[in-house]
Write a protein that binds this ligand. Structure first.
Ligand code: NAP
Length: 475
């Protein structure tokens, strides 16, 4: 991947800062150095929190916040190719998926601008009780305060957008810590916000030690809310350590999909092949567990497997590539170990299952028992299981049988089955006749059980990022 290594500073209080120490960003595909970014620690984190708190003393009116958000959306459109190539270079995300992410970030900023202009409280009907007679009351929505935002590697642009755009819409300043492996998209977004007229201190970006920066965000009382997207262990650990703060968690999943025998199997096969393996399965809602009604099992596999085999595995910078590398060698080794566990337990490999050069090819496993890691934990790699079932009750039980609850899907021609599944699947979202990997950025998005405790999507995030203040007026 021909990318020239560059050096980037951190953004603190409107200044691009160097620290004399560097985090190297390397291509997950070639190992080439993509860039070096100044490394932050606790000292920079404390300065950033101070700058954010200071910024919020001079609130920005809603129309200014909305104008900035709209300008960033425009710039994301104008610099689309550069943005997509940055995602591709640092995350190893195939360019075609990186382009979709870049376009979605535009949508996230656009939706956040709408929310900035709509942000308002509500009237309280005071004469509804005797106690309220002669009084008028309404609520104001006030920004919650400084937000500490922590984001993962897999959507290095759009998940950062889901942190910083709603925060600005709500009137909150942010200290952002992007994933160390993928900080460049976040720094590019910070550059765009600065160019769009965001005053100093409203957005601060720190790259570096997760524990040092995380400790400051947890312990510093000036940080009122932590917004975390990443793995369940880290997320719930942060929440336990900060009982007096709001800690909003968007975490993992082991995404199930149910295919009833009456579904349109050609359509299902195409959607599942695309959504189990795109970005090598490194999406929190990548299709992982496919449950197929027994009468359609062979038929679905006959349509699904050729589509899986047709996916192009290779260099993410190639426009044709569907499946690139996973983020690093540790992730690859972990996924290989889970594949070996399934092999030792007697599972059958219908596709993939061994390295293709340095890359993991799309891997489809049949006969994997529910106790195996590929069946009950989040693989976060290009691996899915296929399992036959007899009744919808059994399928729903299997789908609900992990600790996760982010999104699930069902394919069926029956409205009754679709609505039964929608009511009984214990997930934050259920898709019908669409892969559960689907997300549009205005949707309320988030999980139950171990998958999280909040909803993102600008309209929903803004509610979490504001406090309702009651005003009572004696008439
Ligand atoms: P991760 O290892 O949990 O890292 C996420 C972020 O947390 C990174 O910025 C990381 O920093 C930071 N971090 C790690 N340890 C920390 C600590 N002790 N204190 C504070 N911050 C800490 O997750 P990942 O591997 O990047 O991302 C994959 C996970 O994210 C998967 O489980 C996936 O399902 C989940 N995810 C969820 C959603 C959703 O919306 N629900 C969306 C995307 C991804 P460093 O990079 O510096 O270690």
């Amino acid at each position: 991947m021909a990318t020239t290594a560059t050096e980037k500073g951190l953004l603190i209080d409107g200044e691009w800062v160097e620290t004399g120490d560097w985090v190297e960003v390397r291509s997950p595909y070639s190992g080439d150095l993509v860039a070096r970014v100044a490394r932050a620690g606790a000292e920079e984190a404390l300065r950033a929190v101070g700058a954010a708190e200071q910024a919020m003393r001079d609130p920005l009116p809603a129309h200014k916040r909305a104008e900035i958000l709209v300008r960033v959306a425009g710039q994301l459109g104008r610099r689309h190719e550069e943005v997509a190539r940055t995602i591709c270079a640092e995350a190893g995300k195939p360019l075609k998926a990186a382009k979709v992410e870049a376009a979605r970030a535009m949508s996230t900023f656009t939706m956040a601008a709408v929310e900035a202009r709509k942000l308002a409280g509500e009237m309280v009907p005071m004469d509804a009780s005797q106690a309220g007679t002669g009084k008028l009351a309404f609520t104001l929505r006030r920004p919650v305060g400084v937000v500490g935002a922590i984001s993962p590697f897999n959507f290095p642009l759009n998940l950062v957008a889901h942190k910083i755009a709603p925060a600005l819409a709500a009137g909150c300043a942010v200290v952002l810590k992007p994933a160390s492996q993928t900080p460049l998209s976040a720094l590019l977004l910070a550059e765009l916000e600065t160019e769009a007229g965001l005053p100093p201190g409203w957005l601060n970006v720190l790259v570096g030690s997760a524990s040092e920066i995380g400790d400051v965000l947890v312990e510093d009382e000036r940080v009122k809310l932590i917004s975390f997207t990443g793995s369940s262990g880290v997320g719930w650990g942060l929440r336990e350590r900060a009982p007096r703060k709001r800690v909003n968690l968007e975490l993992g999943n082991a995404t199930p999909v149910i295919v009833e025998a009456d579904a349109d199997l050609d359509d299902v096969a195409g959607r599942l092949a695309a959504n189990a393996f795109s970005f090598a399965g490194q999406s929190c809602i990548s299709v992982q567990r496919i449950y197929v009604q027994r009468a359609a099992y062979d038929d679905l596999l006959a349509r699904f497997l050729p589509k899986v085999e047709a996916l192009k595995v290779g260099d993410p910078a190639d426009d044709e590539t569907d499946v690139g590398p996973v983020i690093d060698a540790d992730a690859r080794d972990r996924i290989l170990a889970w594949i070996e566990e399934a092999r030792s337990a007697g599972a059958e490999f219908l596709s993939g299952g061994a390295l293709d050069g340095e890359l993991l090819p799309p891997t489809v496993i049949a006969g994997a028992g529910p106790e195996l890691k590929v069946s009950c934990e989040e693989v976060f790699g290009p691996v899915c299981t296929v399992t036959p079932y007899d009744t919808l009750d059994e399928a729903i039980e299997l789908a609900n049988g992990t600790c996760y609850g982010l999104q699930a899907g069902i394919f069926t021609a029956s409205l009754k089955s679709a609505l039964a599944a929608a009511q009984r699947l214990e997930f934050g979202g259920v898709t019908v006749n669409e892969a559960p990997t689907f997300r549009a950025d205005q949707m309320p998005y988030g999980g139950v059980k171990d998958s999280g405790n909040t909803r993102e999507g600008p309209a929903y995030a803004v509610r979490e990022l504001t406090e309702e203040r009651l005003v009572v007026v004696e008439l």
